[in-house]
Design a protein around this ligand. Structure first.
Ligand code: ATP
Ligand code: MG
Length: 433
């Protein structure tokens, strides 16, 4: 293991959250090891501002929980401790050890707590271990650096620092085996490559095509969580390109992917939605997954609605049943909660209403709580080359001429970007969405 002394790296304690420093100091004073780890160390070394601080320790979850009154143990697949300081949560994980793999699969019988399925998927991962073991079971080399806030040293057991310097996303260990253990790591590879603007190390990329079908085994709820991280962290545009390049979008949205592959206008629409979302996040404006889902699934929905219309259904019921069908198919793969699928449908159905704008109708529509999102969506369709007969320009002008029309309250469906994995999903109480 390489130890990098304080004068040879750029991490300064003043960029680390006081709460994280407190947690680590307390653990050290009780005789345990405690390090800052993961994304925080990576982002500090890159000169950025980590969005949260994770701590790794050799104290067990029970011990950690016993040391901090403001803490609780969470998680099933991974048991970890959340220590709360006001709104900030410091996530403390106990070093995880080796799980058995391959022929040694009967780990339950060996008295350990890691379990794998027949295909090598990790089902449970609660074997405690040393720092070295903890490092190698992490996903990427740049995510496996440890910072000791007592000695100010950075510990590198997986050659993460050279990768960080060369700006490389490099999976730890044998790529295919690591993807078999957890196929979501393939999505994480692409996400971090997009977010950090790093290249993907050759072997890390080369193993993806053969392992990609394993993503079909991932529960739709976890893919929804991952969806939020992929597309609502401010790097959706770059992430989409990575997903297309490595052909993984099909595991999230198979029907949409098929259309995007052959229809440049559909792809333009989705790209425009991603850019719009990234820009809003950069400007600190609220964003909602409903809007992205609306864009991703619109080409499929529109095609189906057109077919139904060709078969004689009027436009409104055609769109309605197309939406129903498309959502039913989509949630097989990515579990879209109703609080997002419902506004998504309303955005779609509003597209038809925006056409009827005679007399008082326009006023009424512009005051609707879904107007804003629907109007933005209309502009996206036009940006992507769809011919709406100048409808967007008409509505833009209408709003300029009627500046005091305010949408009714309750129209915003705000979702903070990227809730963290392994944090229990709280029900958000925006009941109106
Ligand atoms: P972000 O800035 O997106 O939070 P992060 O690196 O902190 O980046 P998390 O998803 O918060 O990412 O995960 C925290 C750490 O846990 C990672 O840095 C990595 O070391 C480890 N990790 C997370 N998911 C996996 C996984 N599927 N397999 C192995 N290690 C993982
Ligand atoms: Mg993190």
């Amino acid at each position: 293991m390489k130890v990098i002394p304080r004068d040879q790296h750029c991490i300064s304690r003043k960029n680390i959250s006081d709460s994280a420093l407190k947690v680590m100091a307390r653990l050290r004073s009780e005789g345990y090891q405690a390090y800052l780890v993961g994304g925080a160390v990576r982002d500090l070394l890159l000169g950025g501002h980590p969005k949260d601080f994770d701590v790794a320790t050799d104290a067990t979850p029970e011990v950690v929980h016993g040391l901090f009154r403001n803490s609780r143990i969470i998680g099933r697949r991974f048991r970890i401790v959340h220590v709360r300081f006001g709104r900030e949560i410091i996530e403390v994980t106990t070093f995880r050890g080796h799980h058995d793999n391959g022929d040694d699969r009967g780990s339950e019988h060996s008295g350990k707590h890691a379990r794998q399925s027949e295909k090598g998927l990790l089902l449970r991962d609660n074997v405690f271990g040393t720092l070295e073991e903890d490092a190698v079971r992490r996903d990427l080399t740049v995510n496996a650096l440890y910072y000791d806030a007592g000695s100010f040293e950075v510990l590198d057991h997986v050659d993460g620092l050279p990768d960080l310097e060369q700006r490389l996303i490099h999976i730890i260990g044998d790529p295919a085996q690591r993807y078999r253990e957890d196929p979501v790591r393939m999505l994480r590879v692409l996400r971090f490559a997009a977010k950090l603007d790093f290249d993907i190390e050759r072997g890390t990329a080369a193993a993806i095509p053969a392992c990609a079908p394993l993503l079909r085994e991932i529960p739709s709820a976890r893919l929804f969580d991952e969806f939020l991280k992929l597309f609502l962290s401010g790097y959706a545009t770059a992430t989409l390109e990575q997903l297309l390049r490595h052909d993984l979008l099909q595991y999230l949205f198979p029907e949409a992917d098929a259309i995007l592959q052959r229809d440049p206008a559909a792809l333009a629409l989705v790209r425009a939605a991603m850019r719009n979302t990234d820009q809003r996040i950069a400007e600190d404006k609220p964003v909602t997954p409903a809007f992205l889902f609306a864009a991703l699934l619109w080409p499929v929905t529109r095609d189906l609605a057109q077919r139904l219309e060709a078969a004689g259904e009027p436009p409104v019921p055609a769109l309605h049943s197309a939406a129903q069908q498309v959502i039913a198919d989509a949630v097989q793969h990515v579990a879209i909660p109703r609080r997002f699928s419902q506004p998504m449908r309303e955005i779609w159905e509003f597209q038809l209403r925006l056409v009827r704008k005679k007399g008082k109708k326009a006023m009424e529509l512009a005051g609707h709580r879904r107007f804003r999102a629907a109007y933005d969506f209309l502009l996206l369709r036009e940006q992507a080359g769809e011919d709406t007969g100048g409808l967007g320009a008409w509505w833009t002008e209408f709003q300029q001429q009627n500046p005091d029309i305010k949408p009714l309250p309750g129209g915003e469906d705000v979702e903070r970007p990227a809730p963290r994995r392994r944090r229990p999903r709280r029900r958000r109480n925006n009941a109106n969405s």
